[in-house]
Write a protein that binds this ligand. Structure first.
Ligand SMILES: CC(=O)N[C@H]1[C@@H](OP(=O)(O)OP(=O)(O)OC[C@H]2O[C@@H](n3ccc(=O)[nH]c3=O)[C@H](O)[C@@H]2O)O[C@H](CO)[C@@H](O)[C@@H]1O[C@H](C)C(=O)N[C@@H](C)C(=O)N[C@H](CCC(=O)O)C(=O)O
Ligand SMILES: Nc1ncnc2c1ncn2[C@@H]1O[C@H](COP(=O)(O)OP(=O)(O)OP(=O)(O)O)[C@@H](O)[C@H]1O
Ligand SMILES: N[C@H](CCC[C@H](N)C(=O)O)C(=O)O
Ligand SMILES: [Mg+2]
Length: 485
């Protein structure tokens, strides 16, 4: 593709050199640059891509997109100056892959919790409709049925548009994707043509990155502010940030709620450990999901499917066939008649929701034993709050390690314990070894009890000092149930 054609898609401040050259590839990482490539210099969170312009030229770059020019300019290279390289990267990636998002009905899901669940259930639902569908999610990406391991919740722009191109080439007509706050803030989603956006909820998380709740909210709102007017914007009216997302959007505004009048109104008729009876806009449906938060996710799925033009009765029939996403409220029943639930709750709010849902279902018929830790080198502020949520809603808590990363597991446990007073600590055991913690919980469990194993969900590893060791909560529980441990 010629550079001239490519740069039509971005806002150019100034061009130095003649853009009538052919470009063989584009990249924002100098290490991937080859002969006749375009290098896009983006300011990152740890380094500034502008520092690698010379390196990119050494590797063969013949064109550079940048915000500020390097001191020494080569006359063999074309420099394109722009106000926003991150935005330009998204747009260039889209143009490079032939604007695949325009050929798909693309819906993005944002919010602190429920993105993976909602996006994955939409993918599953539309497959039940016989459509070819793509999915970009934390757990795994899918091009129709082909699984591609995910490295991020929302991939970098080049990987993202490449995956969308592969979806189009494979015959997909729909794609559902998670939009993380990091990706909105870093403009990884620039250049995407969304047909719909869903907002699930907003509670504290990722403050290590965004610093304030307000900045975190703004990152999510940017996604809605940039939607086209034909797209739909579907928000959770029961979350206090729901309407904020709609404030400045041009898109068609829609709401869902379990509490009040909304375009998509839901009600929980009955909750059990094996499913829920829901009422959606006056019609009853049996779903294989537990908990109020899943009722919210299903309501979002229902709303989006209606807005995408599917038949209401058909949607309900197919929704009753959907099953939980890996590591999201996955229930395993022990031969000794207690239940273990594997869940990805890794925020105070998610713990509160999951534990609340368990309590709603078991009432006074059993005890709740919670096994939970917090990740290392991530938001430290949430640690004491997570311990508090666990203790307030459980009969017994075993604090353990999540992914310690480069921190000492004992230090993370101490940060969690700091949130508890001496009375609360009486309910708590600290066992840094996660395998041992899970085993201990199963030794405490009596018939009718529920063990919640929270924080790692689908993850099949434990990250310790830069090394990912195989570890899978579900596998551990199954081994214990088989009497192998
Ligand atoms: C903090 C963060 O989000 N970082 C992301 C960011 O990298 P960065 O800004 O740190 O990049 P950098 O290292 O400063 O480099 C800046 C630029 O210089 C370039 N460079 C760098 C070195 C070099 O030798 N040559 C060179 O050209 C880089 O390619 C880059 O373009 O942009 C990269 C490309 O998009 C991401 O891979 C990277 O994700 C890191 C690995 C990460 O862990 N991100 C997590 C926090 C994240 O994004 N998580 C969310 C989900 C969160 C959730 O909801 O749970 C996600 O969407 O996955
Ligand atoms: N709608 C919801 N509201 C509150 N909590 C939820 C909701 N849906 C799921 N959860 C809880 O949050 C956990 C994570 O769910 P999910 O993976 O769907 O969210 P996510 O937004 O994709 O998270 P991440 O940002 O970590 O990828 C679940 O295991 C569950 O405990
Ligand atoms: N995507 C989230 C997941 C955290 C899951 C938890 N298991 C941990 O490792 O902290 C994050 O990176 O903050
Ligand atoms: Mg996710």
């Amino acid at each position: 593709m010629t550079l001239e054609r490519l740069v039509q898609h971005i806002t150019v401040k100034q061009i130095y050199g003649k853009p009538d050259i052919n470009i063989e590839g584009i990249d924002s990482d100098s290490r991937n640059i080859k002969d006749k490539y375009l290098f896009i210099a983006v300011k990152g969170t740890s380094v500034d891509g502008h520092e690698f312009i010379d390196k990119a030229i050494e590797q063969g770059a013949t064109a550079i997109v940048c915000e500020s020019l390097p001191q020494k300019i080569s006359d063999k290279v074309v420099y394109i100056q722009t106000n926003d390289s991150a935005e330009a990267l998204g747009r260039l990636a889209s143009a490079w892959y032939g604007k695949p998002s325009k050929e798909l009905t693309l819906v993005g899901v944002t919010g602190t919790n429920g993105k993976t669940t909602t996006a994955t259930l939409l993918y599953e639902l539309f497959r039940l409709f016989g459509e070819k569908v793509g999915l970009l999610s934390t757990v795994c990406n899918y091009i129709d049925t082909l699984a591609i391991p995910a490295t991020h919740t929302t991939p970098d722009p080049l990987s993202l548009h490449k995956l969308l191109r592969e979806m189009v080439d494979a015959g997909c007509t729909y794609a559902f994707m998670e939009v993380s706050s990091h990706s909105a803030h870093q403009k990884r989603i620039a250049g995407l043509d969304f047909d719909g956006a869903i907002f699930t909820n907003l509670t504290r998380d990722h403050l290590d990155y965004h610093k304030t709740v307000d900045a975190y909210l703004k990152a999510k709102k940017m996604f809605f502010d940039d939607l086209k007017k034909e797209a739909f914007a579907l928000v959770n009216l029961d979350d206090k940030s729901g309407l904020v997302m709609l404030q400045n959007t041009r898109a068609q505004k829609h709401t869902y709620s379990l509490r009040t009048l909304a375009d998509f109104k839901g009600r929980i008729i009955e909750s059990r450990l094996d499913g829920t009876t829901l009422e959606l806009n006056g019609r009853e449906v049996e779903v294989q999901f537990v908990g109020k938060f899943n009722a919210y996710n299903l309501l979002a799925v229902y709303g989006a499917a209606c807005l995408l033009g599917k038949d209401v009765e058909d949607i309900l029939v197919k929704m009753s066939l959907l099953v939980p996403v890996a590591g999201r409220f996955q229930t395993l029943h022990a031969p000794e008649k207690y239940t273990a639930i594997i869940d990805y709750a890794h925020t105070p709010d998610a713990l509160n929701n999951v534990l609340g849902s368990i309590k709603e279902v078991i009432g006074d018929k059993g005890h709740i034993i919670t096994v939970v830790g917090a990740g290392g080198n991530r938001d430290k502020g949430k640690r004491p709050l997570m311990a508090q949520e666990a203790v307030n809603a459980s009969d017994k808590v075993i604090l353990t390690s999540d992914n310690p990363r480069f921190e000492e597991p004992g230090d993370i446990l101490n940060d969690m314990l700091a949130g508890l007073d001496s009375i609360q600590r009486k309910k708590v055991l600290s066992i840094a070894d996660r395998r041992e913690a899970i085993r201990t919980a199963t030794q405490f469990a009596q018939p009718g009890d529920v063990i919640l194993i929270a924080g790692k969900g689908h993850e099949d590893y434990q990250e310790i000092k830069g090394v990912k060791h195989h570890f899978d909560d579900k596998e551990e529980v199954e081994k214990i149930f088989r009497g192998e441990m």
